[in-house]
Design a protein around this ligand. Sequence first.
Ligand code: G6P
Length: 613
Amino acid sequence: MCGIVAYLGTREATPILIEGLKRLEYRGYDSAGIAVIANGTLEVARSIGRVANLEAALSDLPDTNATLGLAHTRWATHGGVTEMNAHPHQDDRHGIAVVHNGIIENYASLKKYLQEKGHTFQSETDTEVIAMLISELYAPDEGIDLEAAVQGALREVNGAYAIAVICQSEPDTLVCARKGSPLIVGVGRGEYIVASDPSAIVAHTTQAYALDDYNVVRLSRDNIRTSTLENVEVPPKVMQLEMELDQIELGAFEHYMLKEIHEQPARIRTTMRGRIDMKEGRIVLGGLAAFHKELVRAHRLILAAQGTALHAAMIGEYLFEDLARIPTECEYASEFRYRNPIIDEGTVIVAISQSGETADTLAALTEAKERGALSLGVINVVGSTIARETDAGVYLRVGPEIGVASTKAFTGQVTVLTMMAIYLARRRHMSAERCMTLLKELEAIPDKMASLVAQDSTVRGVVEKHVDRDNWLFLGRGYNYPTALEGALKLKEISYIHAEGMPAAEMKHGPIALIDDGMPVVVIATQGSQYDKVMINIEEVRARGGHVIAVATEGDPNIEGHADDVLFVPPCPECLSPMLTVIPLQLMAYHAALIRGHDVDKPRNLAKSVTVE
Ligand code: G6P
């Protein structure tokens, strides 16, 4: 949510900043802006919409050869989508420009104070108060340079921020800071590229410094200095960025979402690699080893997440209870701390998040930790905030996910949760035999996924028949109830078709009133304990004129007589089935969006990583 990139070095800053913004655009695309210091003057360009619009607006900027600058792509929180509200924001005295990701909670009182001091504001944003506050404190003649002014300003600020700041009277200095929002300092040869995530850095360098909360870093042409807000110097934390450039390139695919759907078989193999020990018939999760005893003795799990990760968590709830027999609750992370949760000894919280930066998930984690819970992370982005805040965890290893609608992260999350459930089950009560059978089936999942992504054109054919319908239902039972929720979410997110997912049995308690002639109803009707009941639900839909699209098990002899369209998935144990049944639903949403002419990778109003509560 909001992407920041800043550059100080010897090369021309503008193309590096624009390229960086394009890499970060998935974090928000309401508006974009850039500021550089050229020949001692601050030059700023901003535009609403995509980075491409900003590029066009740049023709207004003089040809600068500037080697210092910063840029921003915005997901609006405070203030509408206007050019005035686009970052960078400037002060009204010293030629200071600021880009910001996060929310300043006390901005209203700070703004009032600054207005009383004579500052004139241009925007409705919280960010502008940071620029003005730095400006108010900036007094180089009294020894308060940009770094000191930033430290002073941030001491007054409540909330979350990652910021980059430049000032036209300090053309060789870039000051950055973070608290609660991500920021990484890439260190190249004679240059620094600071960004919200590695995707904007790895084209230039893989050496980086990680910043802790309340760290301020001052980059100058020959020095780097990291300090606290109280100006106590802290040693920089060196890190190696592991992302490869080709992981974030589109390659032969038209969209990142399609690329990521197709990557699933290979990525899920990587998720499992080295973690399934077929010889011993057990799961090996090195990330949990230090807390082995506490986990085996845990008597309650809380799974907290948002969005797609929440749907993975809901599948996790079934897995942990069914396989490991541990009482498990699944929570909207955003609601968790507002209901005074009971955390007793033996409670373990599992935060599930692709980005590892989702503010709601982080807040739930913090709450549970404060109340004494052991905390685990199921995270994709290595070194992200949640990954660092948890006591232990298991990474997804699915590679960078760029498409805003999550796909491979979902199957990665379900795979990790399945492995965790089997890990605990075997150590608690599951027989070696049952465990071995499950592990074999788990290992076979990636090949089965590969056969599903190859069904792309079949799914498109089904979607084409219904894509003009504005209301869809998704039904499932048991393990595939969360899959139904995920199918509906995918369709909503990128095709803007209204879709509701629900337990198949719940339909008759209200939503059945929506069913009219030809309404598309996607029913997950794979073989398993709930099959007969789901078939009854299918008949209830058809009796009211609904058009049933069934996701069923290959070889099912009956289903074609009951459904209007059928998408087949290979057979597998019920507890593993969501990893397969979700794939046709992902493809369904992709094609619906494409046919309706929407931007699949950047759906309106959404952001990939939501770093505000
Ligand atoms: C946003 C994204 C969703 C994602 C959710 C949780 O809403 O648009 O696709 O599922 O955040 O993100 P996380 O990074 O915590 O998995």
